[in-house]
Design a protein around this ligand. Sequence first.
Ligand code: SF4
Ligand code: FES
Length: 244
Amino acid sequence: MSTTKTKWTVNLKVYRKKGQKAPYYDQFTMEVDPDEYVLDAIERIWAFHDRSLTFRHACHHSTCGACGMLVNGVEKLTCITYIRDVVEDGGTIVIDPLRNFPIISDLVVDMSLFFDRMEMVGQRQVIPIAEEIVGSSQKAQSAGNGKEYLRLSDCIECGMCISACPIAATNPDYLGPAVLAGAQQSGLDKKPELLQIVDQENGLWRCHSAYECTAVCPSNVDPAWRIMDLRRQVTSQRFKRLFR
Ligand code: SF4
Ligand code: FES
């Protein structure tokens, strides 16, 4: 009679950084169910091995965008990444914080500049309750019409596109894929003031069309396509100005 082994032993090599101390890796050897998610294993490290490990998570179902990390060097939402998809029994999973953001502690990065830039292009991260959007189906359905309270459809603001972007890696002033995608959704026709923000040195012409952003995006945003479409919008605005 054949039996299926349901528990694997894996090593988790986890990036650690506290304050001004030099970064290092901690290794934890654990028994896991291969059908668990990487985030489950990270939470178990925190619960049973090291309470000082810091990491972000909230929804556990790919909605909040908080749990983005590098898993074996690739941007992943750890709450939907199966252990069996990134390691074999006896193998090692390397966990790092996202790239191209300042590190606050261990696996937690500072995304405040990214959120500010999203707001700058009309994609607000936090919506005051006083604006009474809850329960307003008309407002909720008006995605893409340029109204202030709308967010980039499908974008969960995980920052993984920025982590994967080769331009963001060399130029921290580059607006980045999600922000440019947000500007594209806001639309230059509806928000002409966005032209100055995106049509500049660190804006949409910096993109080298590597498409790494689209490759790692866990949602349906396709930021690379949106950047190309934004270029089309900007070029069209330039032509319109020529014939005015
Ligand atoms: S565009 Fe995609 S990868 Fe970038 S922040 Fe939004 S959901 Fe994340
Ligand atoms: S915990 Fe919310 S997206 Fe992973």
